[in-house]
Design a binder for this molecule. Structure first.
Ligand code: AMP
Ligand code: GLY
Length: 420
């Protein structure tokens, strides 16, 4: 089989490495991939948002199966366009991808179908939004409606900050048209859990749970990033919590999307907060999480491509999805300064026999050099979380590039939770 994966980060590298394990795979193309992915796939210089070119490539290269990994092409309709040309594809069509593409849509969906989430109001006019934040409880969370590279969420600790947040999103348009509408919602507290799931619109199978570390600095300080590290499984996601999530969140979401005529097929990601009043949805993503995928897929014992093929055929109930009972840890090595300004172009030296997913790197004269904010995701697995973390940090020591920065406390909170 010829497989094509759209995207070019650490998540895509993890998906490609896993798909490579399938014996029927002859060749994997990555569009655009990156300098590190080039070791595992043929990289093609077509951007993940260039849907016309993606479809043209798939057709002319007789691609048997395509995986669209990032949010942008999914929301823009890459799956619709590939399916229209008869290319079998993993991922939701644009009608279903709206579950991530519009926060107003997803909040209204949850309200209509009684899926637990934070209380909220939606505003299209800045004056009305400003009036609302003058009287609402503080802290409050202000969210741009559309996609904003995971940065469209502002947690306002004071009323002044809330006013500023509305003005920056709706007035200054720092997230572009994503800020034409805002969702202003109740601030929730509790540990966060990421649950990726496989679904074909009929059956939903949650994958092993994970925990992201979104802030740039140790102790969950600093700016929000795409994610500085992950661990799996997440100790806060107990069997009891999992059972509640299945009945009150996962199944109802799949059914709600069906009732809306927006059946979801692919990876549906639940960003959850375990509040005192039970688990609530913080966000939905219409795709695999990054860097969650870098800890979840190494623990998947079943064949990923076979699962994806079954999902395409709407026969997910016909295949076993099995996870290892080990733990995994991923430490993201970034360019110092990320998510702000940073320099790139530094040569990377790293062991080739380790599970290192390359996110932001390119080939320059045959050498791998840094090329992005998040550069590598170093993943290790072990029978328990402590050992997985120790191994991951040991491997980090054997990686070298100038201006490397990584958090030293990935998994610390999870380890503490395990002890309680
Ligand atoms: P999102 O991009 O929606 O995942 O939001 C980014 C982060 O903001 C989440 O991972 C949470 O840590 C935080 N967040 C989002 N919504 C809320 C909320 N209603 N209450 C508290 N924290 C939130
Ligand atoms: N790690 C969070 C996300 O992929 O959105």
């Amino acid at each position: 089989m010829k497989v094509m994966v759209v995207g070019g980060g650490g998540r895509e590298h993890a998906i490609i490495k896993k798909i490579k394990e399938n014996k029927n795979v002859e060749e994997i193309f990555a569009l655009p991939g990156n300098g590190g992915i080039a070791a595992d796939a043929t990289c093609v210089d077509i951007g993940a948002k260039d849907i016309d070119k993606i479809v043209e490539f798939a057709v002319s290269n007789h691609i048997d199966f395509a995986v669209v990994a990032p949010d942008d092409p999914l929301v823009l309709g890459a799956v619709d366009a590939l399916n229209a040309k008869g290319i079998k594809t993993f991922g939701p069509d644009s009608k279903a991808a709206i579950i991530e593409g519009s926060k107003a849509f997803s909040k209204d969906l949850m309200k209509k179908y009684n899926i637990p989430t934070a209380q909220y109001e939606t505003f299209c006019e800045m004056d009305k939004a400003l009036e609302y934040v003058q009287n609402c409880p503080i802290p409050v969370v202000v969210k741009a409606d559309g996609l904003a590279l995971g940065k469209g969420v502002i947690i306002a600790e004071t009323r002044e900050q809330a006013v500023d947040a509305v003005k920056t999103i709706m007035g200054d348009k720092v997230f572009g048209d994503s800020g034409n509408k805002v969702v202003i919602e109740e601030f929730l507290t509790g540990p966060e859990v990421s649950v990726l799931s496989f679904t074909d619109g009929k059956t939903i199978v949650p994958m092993i749970s994970s925990m992201d570390h979104k802030r740039a600095l140790d102790g969950d300080k600093g700016l929000n990033t795409g994610g500085m590290g992950t661990i799996a499984p997440n100790p806060y996601y107990t069997d009891e919590v999992a059972a509640i999530c299945m009945e009150t969140i996962f199944k109802p979401t799949v059914e709600a999307m069906n009732k809306e005529g927006r059946s979801f097929s692919g990876c549906l990601y639940f960003g959850l907060m375990i509040t005192e009043k039970g688990p609530k949805v913080i966000e939905y993503n219409c795709r695999f999480g990054d860097p969650e995928t870098q800890v979840v897929l190494p623990l998947l014992e079943s064949d990923l491509l076979d699962i994806m093929l079954k999902i395409y055929d709407k026969e997910l109930d016909q295949i076993e999805v099995k996870f290892s009972d080990k733990s995994a840890a991923c430490v993201v090595m970034a360019s110092d300064g990320y998510p702000g300004k940073y320099e790139t172009g530094f040569e990377i030296s790293m062991p080739l026999d380790k599970n290192i997913y390359v996110a932001g790197a390119k080939l320059k004269d045959g050498r791998l050099v840094t090329g992005g904010g998040r550069v590598l995701g170093v993943t290790e697995t072990a029978p328990n979380l402590k050992d997985a973390l120790d191994k991951a940090y040991e491997t980090v020591k054997s990686v070298d590039f100038a201006n490397a920065y990584y958090r030293k406390d990935i998994g610390k909170r999870a380890l503490m939770a395990e002890r309680n």
